[in-house]
Design a protein around this ligand. Structure first.
Ligand SMILES: O=C(O)CCC(=O)C(=O)O
Ligand SMILES: [Fe+2]
Length: 226
């Protein structure tokens, strides 16, 4: 019996190793179209079908199962609230990140997540050292309007945002005029926010009654070590 259990364990590990090797061979579509969003004082573009549909599905299934998803709490006016999504923060050892009063220590890179980072770096010619992973379990999970403008991201950060799973509507809102622009973030797409986007605009994702399937999003960043 013990032997059988050991054998099964070894087998499972072999499968995982093979799967990781396969996922680390995924390539991004170098020819995909780049659509620029027309937002004043911002630099935002979207690459739809940046990954093939099938590769995106395989990555989605792996990350859903494999990442250390947690439901964090934030404290607002002295009261604790569960944030309406699951999150995980991965990065190089010196990339602790403060977010809504939470100090998040990075988890060590998962090999497939590190590969996805490399694909973003190759596409954009930018270095990243950390990523916030978000899992929106259904349409009632969301992210409030915010700018990724923490000092540790530096001036005019480039942020690469990869979407897998359910398409969700994403909103940009100009900080001063409150003008808003909505786009649909599709499975396997890459959205890039750069230049002065975080200075002049907020972004976020409302709850949805129609877009109810689960979605995973990664925002790759470069955190300047403290
Ligand atoms: O889920 C998304 O598309 C956006 C996530 C985001 O804005 C963030 O992680 O800062
Ligand atoms: Fe953000």
């Amino acid at each position: 019996m013990l032997l059988l259990e050991n054998e099964q364990g070894a087998n499972q590990e072999a499968i995982d190793e093979a799967l990781i090797t396969k996922l680390c061979l995924i390539k991004a579509n170098k020819e995909c179209l780049i659509a620029d969003l027309v937002l004043p004082n911002a630099k935002v573009d979207v690459r739809e079908k940046w990954l093939s549909h099938e590769d995106g599905m395989s990555l989605y299934a792996y990350f859903y199962r494999q990442l250390a998803w947690q439901q964090a709490h934030i404290t607002l006016y002295g009261k604790q609230h569960k944030i309406p999504r699951l999150q995980a923060w991965y990065g190089d050892p010196n990339t602790a990140y403060k977010y809504s009063g939470l100090l998040m220590q990075p988890l060590a890179w998962d090999p497939v997540l590190k590969h996805l980072k490399t694909l973003c770096e190759e596409t954009l010619n930018v270095c990243f050292n950390s990523v916030l992973a978000n899992l929106y379990r259904d349409g009632s999970d969301s992210m409030g309007m915010h700018a990724d403008d923490e000092p540790e991201l530096g001036v005019n950060p480039t942020i690469a945002s990869v979407s897998l799973g359910q398409t969700r509507r994403f909103t940009f809102k100009q900080k001063q005029s409150k003008e808003s622009v909505k786009i649909e973030l599709q499975h396997s797409s890459l959205l890039t926010m750069a230049g002065q986007t975080q200075t002049y605009w907020q972004h976020g994702m409302n709850k949805s009654r129609t877009q109810t399937g689960p979605r995973i999003n990664f925002t790759f960043r470069f955190v300047h070590p403290a």
